[in-house]
Design a protein around this ligand. Structure first.
Ligand SMILES: Nc1ncnc2c1ncn2[C@@H]1O[C@H](COP(=O)(O)OP(=O)(O)O)[C@@H](O)[C@H]1O
Ligand SMILES: [Mg+2]
Length: 385
Protein backbone atom coordinates (compact mmCIF):
# COMPACT_ATOMS: atom_id res chain seq x y z
CA UNK A 1 0.00 0.00 0.00
CA UNK A 2 1.29 3.45 -0.99
CA UNK A 3 1.82 5.38 2.31
CA UNK A 4 -0.73 8.04 3.18
CA UNK A 5 -0.73 11.02 5.49
CA UNK A 6 -3.74 11.54 7.74
CA UNK A 7 -5.39 14.39 9.60
CA UNK A 8 -8.04 13.54 12.16
CA UNK A 9 -10.47 15.37 14.42
CA UNK A 10 -12.48 12.87 16.47
CA UNK A 11 -14.38 13.70 19.64
CA UNK A 12 -16.36 10.51 20.30
CA UNK A 13 -14.31 8.08 22.38
CA UNK A 14 -15.63 4.97 20.64
CA UNK A 15 -14.74 6.32 17.16
CA UNK A 16 -11.34 7.58 18.32
CA UNK A 17 -10.36 4.17 19.67
CA UNK A 18 -11.53 2.24 16.63
CA UNK A 19 -9.76 4.61 14.25
CA UNK A 20 -6.52 4.50 16.22
CA UNK A 21 -6.42 0.72 16.30
CA UNK A 22 -7.15 0.46 12.56
CA UNK A 23 -4.52 3.05 11.63
CA UNK A 24 -1.89 1.27 13.69
CA UNK A 25 -1.85 -1.60 11.25
CA UNK A 26 -1.62 0.53 8.11
CA UNK A 27 1.29 2.41 6.46
CA UNK A 28 -0.04 5.85 7.38
CA UNK A 29 1.44 8.88 9.11
CA UNK A 30 -0.90 10.90 11.30
CA UNK A 31 0.02 14.59 10.91
CA UNK A 32 -2.94 16.27 12.56
CA UNK A 33 -4.51 14.62 15.59
CA UNK A 34 -7.12 16.44 17.65
CA UNK A 35 -10.36 15.76 19.47
CA UNK A 36 -12.43 18.34 17.70
CA UNK A 37 -12.35 20.50 14.59
CA UNK A 38 -12.56 23.59 16.82
CA UNK A 39 -12.26 26.96 15.12
CA UNK A 40 -12.63 26.20 11.42
CA UNK A 41 -10.17 28.82 10.06
CA UNK A 42 -7.44 27.49 12.36
CA UNK A 43 -8.12 23.93 11.33
CA UNK A 44 -8.07 24.90 7.64
CA UNK A 45 -4.78 26.72 8.09
CA UNK A 46 -3.29 23.59 9.66
CA UNK A 47 -4.45 21.49 6.70
CA UNK A 48 -2.89 23.93 4.24
CA UNK A 49 0.36 23.65 6.16
CA UNK A 50 0.47 19.89 6.71
CA UNK A 51 -1.25 18.81 3.47
CA UNK A 52 -2.67 15.44 4.60
CA UNK A 53 -3.94 12.98 1.97
CA UNK A 54 -6.97 11.99 4.04
CA UNK A 55 -9.12 13.74 6.68
CA UNK A 56 -11.13 11.73 9.22
CA UNK A 57 -13.78 13.99 10.71
CA UNK A 58 -16.15 13.06 13.50
CA UNK A 59 -19.40 14.76 12.50
CA UNK A 60 -21.38 13.72 15.58
CA UNK A 61 -20.96 17.08 17.35
CA UNK A 62 -19.77 19.72 14.92
CA UNK A 63 -19.89 23.42 15.86
CA UNK A 64 -20.64 24.58 12.32
CA UNK A 65 -23.16 23.09 9.88
CA UNK A 66 -21.93 19.81 8.40
CA UNK A 67 -22.20 20.89 4.76
CA UNK A 68 -20.27 24.08 5.40
CA UNK A 69 -17.43 22.24 7.19
CA UNK A 70 -17.07 19.53 4.56
CA UNK A 71 -17.25 22.03 1.72
CA UNK A 72 -14.44 24.10 3.22
CA UNK A 73 -12.28 21.04 3.94
CA UNK A 74 -12.63 19.85 0.38
CA UNK A 75 -11.72 23.26 -0.99
CA UNK A 76 -8.24 23.25 0.59
CA UNK A 77 -5.41 23.21 -1.91
CA UNK A 78 -4.17 19.68 -1.13
CA UNK A 79 -7.61 18.31 -2.10
CA UNK A 80 -7.79 15.75 0.71
CA UNK A 81 -10.09 12.76 0.77
CA UNK A 82 -12.74 13.61 3.39
CA UNK A 83 -14.18 10.75 5.44
CA UNK A 84 -17.11 11.65 7.71
CA UNK A 85 -17.44 9.51 10.84
CA UNK A 86 -20.56 9.10 12.96
CA UNK A 87 -21.69 6.77 15.71
CA UNK A 88 -24.78 5.73 13.77
CA UNK A 89 -25.91 5.45 10.18
CA UNK A 90 -28.70 8.02 9.98
CA UNK A 91 -29.89 8.30 6.37
CA UNK A 92 -30.39 12.07 6.56
CA UNK A 93 -26.89 12.64 7.86
CA UNK A 94 -25.37 10.34 5.29
CA UNK A 95 -27.18 12.17 2.53
CA UNK A 96 -26.10 15.57 3.89
CA UNK A 97 -22.46 14.50 4.11
CA UNK A 98 -22.44 13.00 0.65
CA UNK A 99 -24.18 16.05 -0.85
CA UNK A 100 -21.56 18.27 0.73
CA UNK A 101 -18.93 16.21 -1.04
CA UNK A 102 -17.63 13.80 1.62
CA UNK A 103 -15.98 10.88 -0.12
CA UNK A 104 -17.17 8.37 2.48
CA UNK A 105 -19.52 8.21 5.46
CA UNK A 106 -18.47 5.54 7.95
CA UNK A 107 -19.92 4.29 11.23
CA UNK A 108 -18.96 1.46 13.63
CA UNK A 109 -17.76 -1.15 13.18
CA UNK A 110 -15.14 0.91 11.37
CA UNK A 111 -12.16 -1.35 10.97
CA UNK A 112 -12.92 -2.98 7.61
CA UNK A 113 -14.67 -0.09 5.92
CA UNK A 114 -11.97 2.39 6.96
CA UNK A 115 -9.21 0.10 5.80
CA UNK A 116 -10.89 -0.36 2.43
CA UNK A 117 -11.45 3.37 1.97
CA UNK A 118 -7.80 4.10 2.73
CA UNK A 119 -6.64 1.36 0.41
CA UNK A 120 -8.71 2.86 -2.41
CA UNK A 121 -7.17 6.26 -1.77
CA UNK A 122 -3.74 4.75 -1.66
CA UNK A 123 -4.19 3.13 -5.08
CA UNK A 124 -5.39 6.45 -6.49
CA UNK A 125 -2.35 8.23 -5.05
CA UNK A 126 0.10 5.75 -6.54
CA UNK A 127 -1.61 6.02 -9.92
CA UNK A 128 -1.35 9.80 -9.73
CA UNK A 129 2.31 9.52 -8.97
CA UNK A 130 2.76 7.25 -11.95
CA UNK A 131 0.93 9.76 -14.13
CA UNK A 132 3.18 12.55 -12.89
CA UNK A 133 6.18 10.41 -13.70
CA UNK A 134 4.98 10.06 -17.24
CA UNK A 135 4.24 13.72 -17.55
CA UNK A 136 7.61 15.37 -17.30
CA UNK A 137 11.17 14.26 -17.78
CA UNK A 138 13.89 15.24 -15.35
CA UNK A 139 17.37 15.25 -16.88
CA UNK A 140 20.44 15.70 -14.68
CA UNK A 141 23.76 17.13 -15.91
CA UNK A 142 26.94 16.18 -14.06
CA UNK A 143 30.41 17.47 -14.71
CA UNK A 144 33.04 14.71 -14.56
CA UNK A 145 35.43 16.90 -12.62
CA UNK A 146 34.33 20.52 -12.77
CA UNK A 147 35.22 22.76 -15.66
CA UNK A 148 34.17 20.12 -18.21
CA UNK A 149 31.26 22.22 -19.45
CA UNK A 150 28.21 20.61 -17.77
CA UNK A 151 26.69 23.98 -16.88
CA UNK A 152 27.39 25.42 -20.31
CA UNK A 153 25.78 22.42 -21.99
CA UNK A 154 22.78 22.37 -19.60
CA UNK A 155 22.04 26.08 -20.19
CA UNK A 156 22.20 25.76 -23.97
CA UNK A 157 20.15 22.56 -24.07
CA UNK A 158 17.45 24.12 -21.89
CA UNK A 159 17.31 27.26 -24.05
CA UNK A 160 17.19 25.19 -27.24
CA UNK A 161 14.34 23.00 -25.99
CA UNK A 162 12.41 26.14 -25.05
CA UNK A 163 12.96 27.50 -28.55
CA UNK A 164 11.66 24.24 -29.98
CA UNK A 165 8.33 24.85 -28.24
CA UNK A 166 8.83 22.68 -25.15
CA UNK A 167 7.92 23.88 -21.67
CA UNK A 168 11.25 23.75 -19.88
CA UNK A 169 12.76 24.40 -16.48
CA UNK A 170 16.46 24.95 -15.89
CA UNK A 171 17.25 24.25 -12.23
CA UNK A 172 20.63 24.89 -10.65
CA UNK A 173 21.23 22.29 -7.96
CA UNK A 174 24.96 22.99 -7.83
CA UNK A 175 24.68 24.46 -4.35
CA UNK A 176 28.46 24.85 -4.06
CA UNK A 177 29.28 26.72 -7.22
CA UNK A 178 26.10 27.31 -9.19
CA UNK A 179 26.64 29.86 -11.96
CA UNK A 180 23.38 29.51 -13.87
CA UNK A 181 22.26 32.74 -12.19
CA UNK A 182 25.20 34.53 -13.76
CA UNK A 183 25.18 32.82 -17.17
CA UNK A 184 21.45 33.27 -17.72
CA UNK A 185 21.35 36.78 -16.20
CA UNK A 186 18.40 35.91 -13.97
CA UNK A 187 16.86 38.58 -11.80
CA UNK A 188 14.92 36.62 -9.17
CA UNK A 189 16.41 36.98 -5.68
CA UNK A 190 15.01 33.52 -4.80
CA UNK A 191 16.61 30.12 -5.24
CA UNK A 192 16.04 26.40 -4.93
CA UNK A 193 16.67 26.78 -1.19
CA UNK A 194 13.43 28.78 -0.90
CA UNK A 195 11.56 25.94 -2.60
CA UNK A 196 13.25 23.30 -0.45
CA UNK A 197 12.56 25.17 2.79
CA UNK A 198 8.92 25.78 1.93
CA UNK A 199 7.84 22.45 0.51
CA UNK A 200 4.66 22.50 2.62
CA UNK A 201 3.38 25.41 0.58
CA UNK A 202 4.88 24.54 -2.75
CA UNK A 203 2.15 24.99 -5.30
CA UNK A 204 1.99 26.72 -8.69
CA UNK A 205 1.49 30.14 -7.12
CA UNK A 206 4.41 29.93 -4.76
CA UNK A 207 6.62 28.39 -7.42
CA UNK A 208 5.91 31.15 -9.90
CA UNK A 209 7.26 33.68 -7.39
CA UNK A 210 10.60 31.86 -7.21
CA UNK A 211 11.43 31.37 -10.86
CA UNK A 212 12.53 33.82 -13.49
CA UNK A 213 11.93 33.79 -17.21
CA UNK A 214 12.89 35.82 -20.21
CA UNK A 215 13.58 33.25 -22.90
CA UNK A 216 10.79 31.54 -24.82
CA UNK A 217 9.47 28.38 -23.15
CA UNK A 218 12.16 28.50 -20.47
CA UNK A 219 11.87 29.14 -16.73
CA UNK A 220 14.83 29.15 -14.39
CA UNK A 221 15.42 28.52 -10.72
CA UNK A 222 18.92 29.24 -9.51
CA UNK A 223 21.23 28.11 -6.73
CA UNK A 224 21.42 30.45 -3.72
CA UNK A 225 23.60 33.48 -4.18
CA UNK A 226 24.96 33.89 -0.68
CA UNK A 227 27.65 31.47 0.39
CA UNK A 228 26.40 31.58 3.96
CA UNK A 229 22.97 30.30 3.03
CA UNK A 230 24.27 27.10 1.54
CA UNK A 231 23.00 24.28 3.68
CA UNK A 232 22.49 20.73 2.51
CA UNK A 233 18.90 19.76 1.79
CA UNK A 234 17.58 16.47 3.15
CA UNK A 235 16.99 13.54 0.84
CA UNK A 236 13.20 13.61 0.90
CA UNK A 237 13.16 17.41 0.51
CA UNK A 238 15.07 17.16 -2.72
CA UNK A 239 13.01 14.30 -4.05
CA UNK A 240 9.77 16.10 -3.21
CA UNK A 241 10.92 19.21 -5.01
CA UNK A 242 11.96 17.25 -8.09
CA UNK A 243 8.68 15.40 -8.18
CA UNK A 244 6.82 18.74 -7.99
CA UNK A 245 8.96 20.08 -10.82
CA UNK A 246 8.21 17.01 -12.89
CA UNK A 247 4.50 17.68 -12.55
CA UNK A 248 4.95 21.23 -13.88
CA UNK A 249 7.30 20.97 -16.86
CA UNK A 250 7.73 18.84 -19.92
CA UNK A 251 11.49 18.90 -19.42
CA UNK A 252 13.47 19.82 -16.33
CA UNK A 253 17.17 20.31 -16.98
CA UNK A 254 18.97 20.04 -13.66
CA UNK A 255 22.57 21.13 -13.14
CA UNK A 256 23.96 18.72 -10.55
CA UNK A 257 27.40 20.29 -10.31
CA UNK A 258 30.64 18.37 -10.33
CA UNK A 259 31.03 14.65 -9.61
CA UNK A 260 28.50 12.82 -7.45
CA UNK A 261 27.82 14.50 -4.12
CA UNK A 262 25.75 12.69 -1.47
CA UNK A 263 23.03 15.17 -2.41
CA UNK A 264 23.14 14.14 -6.06
CA UNK A 265 23.03 10.48 -5.10
CA UNK A 266 19.92 11.03 -3.00
CA UNK A 267 18.21 12.85 -5.88
CA UNK A 268 18.81 10.04 -8.38
CA UNK A 269 15.49 8.33 -7.81
CA UNK A 270 13.74 11.36 -9.26
CA UNK A 271 16.19 11.89 -12.11
CA UNK A 272 15.19 9.98 -15.22
CA UNK A 273 18.42 10.36 -17.14
CA UNK A 274 21.86 11.62 -16.25
CA UNK A 275 24.14 13.31 -18.79
CA UNK A 276 27.73 12.98 -17.78
CA UNK A 277 29.77 15.74 -19.38
CA UNK A 278 33.50 15.11 -19.68
CA UNK A 279 36.44 16.44 -21.57
CA UNK A 280 39.06 14.11 -23.02
CA UNK A 281 41.91 14.81 -20.64
CA UNK A 282 43.02 11.88 -18.55
CA UNK A 283 41.91 13.11 -15.10
CA UNK A 284 38.42 13.95 -16.41
CA UNK A 285 38.06 10.58 -18.11
CA UNK A 286 39.23 8.86 -14.97
CA UNK A 287 36.62 10.70 -12.90
CA UNK A 288 33.94 10.01 -15.51
CA UNK A 289 34.69 6.30 -15.31
CA UNK A 290 34.39 6.43 -11.51
CA UNK A 291 31.02 8.16 -11.82
CA UNK A 292 29.70 5.59 -14.27
CA UNK A 293 30.77 2.84 -11.88
CA UNK A 294 29.26 4.53 -8.82
CA UNK A 295 25.97 4.98 -10.62
CA UNK A 296 25.97 1.36 -11.68
CA UNK A 297 26.68 0.20 -8.15
CA UNK A 298 23.81 2.37 -6.88
CA UNK A 299 21.51 0.41 -9.19
CA UNK A 300 21.01 3.31 -11.61
CA UNK A 301 20.28 1.62 -14.94
CA UNK A 302 23.01 1.96 -17.54
CA UNK A 303 20.50 3.06 -20.16
CA UNK A 304 19.79 6.11 -17.98
CA UNK A 305 23.39 7.37 -18.12
CA UNK A 306 24.58 9.23 -21.22
CA UNK A 307 28.10 10.21 -22.02
CA UNK A 308 28.76 13.64 -23.53
CA UNK A 309 32.26 14.39 -24.80
CA UNK A 310 32.86 18.11 -24.68
CA UNK A 311 35.64 20.29 -26.08
CA UNK A 312 36.61 17.64 -28.61
CA UNK A 313 39.99 18.49 -30.11
CA UNK A 314 40.43 18.53 -33.89
CA UNK A 315 42.64 15.50 -33.74
CA UNK A 316 41.99 12.62 -31.39
CA UNK A 317 44.60 10.36 -29.84
CA UNK A 318 41.95 7.71 -29.20
CA UNK A 319 39.07 6.56 -31.40
CA UNK A 320 35.50 7.01 -30.16
CA UNK A 321 35.22 3.20 -30.14
CA UNK A 322 38.16 2.94 -27.78
CA UNK A 323 36.57 5.52 -25.53
CA UNK A 324 33.24 3.72 -25.47
CA UNK A 325 35.00 0.51 -24.58
CA UNK A 326 36.96 2.19 -21.82
CA UNK A 327 33.82 3.77 -20.31
CA UNK A 328 31.56 0.78 -21.09
CA UNK A 329 29.08 3.34 -22.32
CA UNK A 330 28.09 4.59 -25.78
CA UNK A 331 28.86 8.22 -26.60
CA UNK A 332 25.60 10.18 -26.69
CA UNK A 333 26.99 13.39 -28.16
CA UNK A 334 30.27 15.05 -29.02
CA UNK A 335 30.72 18.81 -28.86
CA UNK A 336 33.55 20.75 -30.49
CA UNK A 337 35.96 22.98 -28.65
CA UNK A 338 35.07 26.63 -29.24
CA UNK A 339 36.35 28.76 -26.43
CA UNK A 340 36.40 32.11 -28.34
CA UNK A 341 32.69 31.98 -29.27
CA UNK A 342 31.66 31.14 -25.71
CA UNK A 343 33.95 33.82 -24.35
CA UNK A 344 32.42 36.44 -26.67
CA UNK A 345 28.84 35.42 -25.86
CA UNK A 346 29.37 35.35 -22.12
CA UNK A 347 31.10 38.74 -22.23
CA UNK A 348 28.00 40.11 -23.92
CA UNK A 349 25.74 38.40 -21.40
CA UNK A 350 24.12 36.05 -23.92
CA UNK A 351 24.22 32.42 -24.97
CA UNK A 352 25.87 31.31 -28.23
CA UNK A 353 24.32 32.61 -31.46
CA UNK A 354 22.63 29.73 -33.30
CA UNK A 355 24.82 29.49 -36.39
CA UNK A 356 28.22 28.45 -35.00
CA UNK A 357 29.49 24.88 -35.06
CA UNK A 358 29.20 24.36 -31.29
CA UNK A 359 25.68 25.84 -31.16
CA UNK A 360 24.59 23.59 -34.00
CA UNK A 361 25.91 20.49 -32.25
CA UNK A 362 24.19 21.56 -29.02
CA UNK A 363 20.97 21.97 -31.01
CA UNK A 364 21.32 18.44 -32.37
CA UNK A 365 22.01 17.10 -28.92
CA UNK A 366 18.89 18.84 -27.57
CA UNK A 367 16.77 17.26 -30.29
CA UNK A 368 18.18 13.83 -29.62
CA UNK A 369 17.69 14.18 -25.87
CA UNK A 370 14.05 15.24 -26.27
CA UNK A 371 13.30 12.61 -28.90
CA UNK A 372 12.58 15.39 -31.43
CA UNK A 373 14.80 13.73 -34.01
CA UNK A 374 12.59 10.61 -33.81
CA UNK A 375 9.40 12.68 -33.98
CA UNK A 376 10.65 14.39 -37.14
CA UNK A 377 11.58 11.10 -38.82
CA UNK A 378 8.22 9.58 -37.89
CA UNK A 379 6.40 12.60 -39.28
CA UNK A 380 8.30 12.28 -42.55
CA UNK A 381 7.30 8.65 -42.86
CA UNK A 382 3.72 9.33 -41.93
CA UNK A 383 3.43 11.61 -44.99
CA UNK A 384 3.70 8.54 -47.17
CA UNK A 385 1.64 6.17 -45.12
N1 LIG B 1 32.69 23.22 -25.97
C1 LIG B 1 33.43 24.12 -25.32
N2 LIG B 1 34.43 24.75 -25.93
C2 LIG B 1 35.20 25.64 -25.28
N3 LIG B 1 35.02 26.00 -24.02
C3 LIG B 1 34.03 25.43 -23.33
C4 LIG B 1 33.17 24.47 -23.93
N4 LIG B 1 32.26 24.09 -23.01
C5 LIG B 1 32.54 24.79 -21.89
N5 LIG B 1 33.60 25.61 -22.06
C6 LIG B 1 34.20 26.50 -21.08
O1 LIG B 1 34.70 25.74 -20.00
C7 LIG B 1 34.59 26.45 -18.78
C8 LIG B 1 33.86 25.59 -17.75
O2 LIG B 1 32.53 25.41 -18.18
P1 LIG B 1 31.35 25.08 -17.18
O3 LIG B 1 30.15 24.90 -18.02
O4 LIG B 1 31.29 26.06 -16.09
O5 LIG B 1 31.85 23.67 -16.63
P2 LIG B 1 31.29 22.77 -15.42
O6 LIG B 1 29.88 23.13 -15.19
O7 LIG B 1 31.46 21.37 -15.92
O8 LIG B 1 32.15 23.03 -14.25
C9 LIG B 1 33.87 27.75 -19.13
O9 LIG B 1 34.80 28.77 -19.24
C10 LIG B 1 33.21 27.47 -20.45
O10 LIG B 1 33.05 28.62 -21.21
MG1 LIG C 1 29.01 23.81 -13.39
Amino acid sequence: MYPLTIGLAIETKELWEEVQSTLQELPVRVMIEQHEVGELPEFLEKIERMRPDVLLIDVTKLRDPLEHVIGRLKATSCEPMVIALHTSAEPELILGAVRAGAHEFLHPPLSNSLRQALERRSIERSKNRERLRQKGKVMGFVSAKGGCGATTVACHIAAELGRQGKHVLLADLDLEAGIVRFLMKTKSPYSVMDALNNLHRLDQNYWSALISNGMPGLEIITAPEMLASKSQPKQDQLQNMLSFIRSQYEFSIVDLGRSLSPMTMSALEEIDETYLVTTLDVPALHQAKQIVQTLREAGYGQNRVHLVLNRMPQRLDVTPEELEKMMSLPVFATLPNDYPSLYDSYSEGTLLPPNGKLAKQLGRMAEKLAGITEEKTKRKFSLFS
